[in-house]
Design a protein around this ligand. Structure first.
Ligand code: ATP
Ligand code: MG
Length: 632
């Protein structure tokens, strides 16, 4: 039986008022001291309800993320990783916010014929890491399957090209969908259907709807272009079937052939001019044939995407197949295959491929910058991969909102990163804790007459407008450090403001021989007016500890907005894409953990990539998060 105390806690957590939430969190934390679950020894209803309450309340979720109540965070993250289905409830406010249960209410994107349920699929080829373009496709599929409708979503590895595919990519795709908070109900593989697809191809051939062709590829191309039939087009089915068998065995005669659908050689739609449906893969001259990463050497021939996609969609029960608009010409062909084979029809829904300026999404180019060491890996914060952009400090919420807003637009445009980062800023600003970092190089010691000579500590809010973000301890002392660039702007006798403390008047400004400011002697002016003074951030230089931190800022990888086909990637790569400044942070940053998003006063938003102690030489590592202004 559930402890009645828990219901009281739940009630208070569901109230959108921090004053009520906080004590409830305290109690919950105590309750969880020696427990893994609230309701026994496995996930119970009360765990689910409390988890949901915490997750749906931005403030409490922020607190959990920040690990302020250790037991609560431990329990919360344990639940999250052990019961991924819980994530489904996270998306509920999307519908609630729309104030309607209408499918697609909020984002103005709709599907037809949904009465009998919705099954979508995301079909990546496991030949690279997921990038921001894939994220759009994944979010749209997820939205229709889980938000607009309570359907299901399939993750299908479209693994019909053994030359490019790897287990590593497959694992990364599953992992990265998790990062995006997308739960798929089934994971399938096109390769699971190889036998079935082979049989269906035999059926097509025997019914006169496909034939074996050994026309030279160049001639084939020309024939297709000039809308001429292949010389083999009228080959009898029995002969084609025999050749198909030879293809499967990879015999000398077999390897000269491919199988083509017999549709319309003279169609105005190029994709209907007898497309290839089975073929031998083209191998790298040096590497030669490679085993398929799942079926090994079992198959020598592979179905083409054109053939496999509609068939597997239909067989797997997909109701709505989302495809990027460059496939729109092939929709006719897609339906033709289903009809010719008497398979259940699937709805196609086209959406535009997304591109970003100064960004390339081609797997070949992305692989190249990784392999040549231009970036540090697929998760480098400069990479447009899901891992890269999240590591740079983009929130999943912002990415999702941005992508769903694109909706069914059919315009393929190069999006500007600034809109995405501005969306992100709206989300992080209300919850990013404020901290201080002082550039290490040239830092200036400031002595303050009139301040107590014994350092003292005070609790301060981490966020001036959102007390729920919590408190931090700030050390005050009669010696502080400030940045050289700030000090260089001061005059003798000037009154300045130490942020979060008060005004001081500069009595002596000591310069070194090279003109740099070495030291400031100041006097506290407690009643000073803040309205006209320069404001500086500072760290106490007495009675507290400083920690070294690297502050990184990144730039675009490309110097050109859009790469054209003739552009050479190497000539368009930006030579300097990362800059780093060494800084010091105070004790208030000691509890920051990897993934935390903070604001460093007057410097901007940063994502903690390595906590204090974990980076090079024990330094913290922080990445600047673009906000949609200036560099992105
Ligand atoms: P390839 O050109 O090698 O096929 P791809 O980028 O299309 O590469 P897939 O793994 O086939 O990669 O893509 C999986 C899904 O993601 C597909 O449904 C595809 O339409 C979609 N997708 C890929 N790139 C983008 C993009 N830039 N914008 C929107 N959707 C994309
Ligand atoms: Mg593709």
């Amino acid at each position: 039986m559930t402890n009645p105390k828990l219901f009281k806690i739940l009630e208070r957590l569901e109230t959108p008022d921090f004053k009520t939430n906080e004590p409830a969190l305290h109690e919950l934390d105590q309750f969880l001291t020696l427990r893994s679950f609230l309701g026994g020894y496995a996930l119970g209803e009360i765990d689910e309800q409390v988890w949901k309450a915490l997750r749906l309340n931005k403030v409490t979720f922020g607190i959990v993320r920040r690990n302020l109540f250790l037991n609560v965070t431990r329990w919360f993250t344990h639940l999250e990783s052990t019961y991924p289905a819980l994530q489904q409830c996270v998306k509920m406010p999307v519908k609630a916010a729309a104030g309607t249960d209408q499918p697609g209410g909020r984002y103005n994107i709709k599907l037809q014929d949904t009465e009998n349920g919705v099954v979508t699929r995301f079909p990546p080829e496991p030949s690279g890491y997921l990038h921001i373009g894939h994220a759009k496709a994944a979010f749209l599929n997820d939205y229709f399957a889980h938000d607009a409708f309570s359907g299901s979503m399939i993750l299908r590895f479209d693994d019909t090209n053994p030359r490019k595919e790897k287990q590593e990519f497959e694992d990364s795709i599953i992992h990265d969908l998790g990062l995006l908070g997308i739960q798929t109900q089934r994971v399938t593989y096109t390769s699971d259907y190889f036998e079935r697809l082979y049989e269906l191809c035999q059926k097509l051939i025997s019914e006169g709807n496909a034939y074996a062709d050994d026309t030279d590829p160049e001639v084939q191309k020309k024939d297709r272009y000039e809308r001429r039939p292949s010389a083999q087009r009228d080959r009898p089915a029995a002969e084609s079937l025999e050749l198909f068998k030879e293809m499967r065995q990879g015999t000398e005669i077999g390897i000269k052939h491919c199988i083509r659908a017999r549709i319309h050689f003279d169609s105005s739609n190029g994709s209907m001019r007898d497309p290839i449906i089975y073929r031998f893969p083209s191998w790298d001259a040096e590497e030669g044939p490679q085993p398929h990463h799942r079926t090994g050497w079992a198959w020598k021939i592979y179905p083409t995407y054109d053939f496999a996609c509609p068939l597997v969609d239909s067989i797997e029960g997909v109701t709505h197949a989302l495809r990027t608009t460059e496939y729109a010409d092939r929709n006719e062909q897609y339906y033709w295959f289903l009809e010719a084979l008497g398979l259940r029809r699937v709805h196609l829904w086209d959406f535009a491929r997304i591109n970003f300026i100064k960004t390339f999404l081609s797997k070949r180019k992305l692989t190249k910058v990784v392999d040549t060491g231009k970036v540090d890996g697929w998760d480098d914060p400069r990479m447009p991969t899901v891992r890269g952009i999240l590591r740079r400090g983009l929130t999943v919420e912002a990415l999702r909102e941005f992508m769903l807003k694109q909706g069914p637009s059919r315009n393929i445009v190069s999006m500007d990163w600034t809109i995405l980062w501005a969306t992100n800023k709206k989300i992080i600003d209300p919850i990013a804790a404020r901290h201080t970092a002082v550039d290490a190089m040239g830092r200036v010691l400031v002595t303050i007459t009139g301040a107590a000579t014994i350092p003292w500590k005070e609790d301060r809010v981490k966020h001036p407008k959102n007390p729920a973000v919590g408190m931090k301890e700030v050390t005050f002392a009669d010696k502080v450090i400030i940045e050289q660039t700030d000090a260089a702007k001061f005059q003798d006798g000037e009154e300045i403001t130490l942020m979060g403390w008060g005004n001081v008047v500069i009595r002596h400004l000591l310069k070194s021989a090279d003109g740099a400011i070495e030291r400031l002697e100041t006097e506290l002016n407690p009643g000073g007016d803040f309205s006209k003074t320069k404001k500086v951030h500072w760290l106490a230089a007495k009675g507290t500890q400083h920690f070294a931190a690297q502050l990184w800022e990144f730039d675009y990888l490309l110097t050109k907005d859009n790469l054209t086909k003739t552009d050479d990637l190497d000539n368009c790569l930006n030579p300097v894409t990362a800059t780093m400044v060494d800084a010091f942070v105070g004790e208030d940053c000691k509890r920051l953990i990897e993934g935390d998003i903070i604001q460093l006063e007057r410097k901007g938003y940063f994502r903690v990539d390595k906590a204090i102690g974990n980076g090079p030489d024990g330094k913290a590592v922080m990445f600047k998060i673009p906000t949609g202004t200036g560099k992105a």
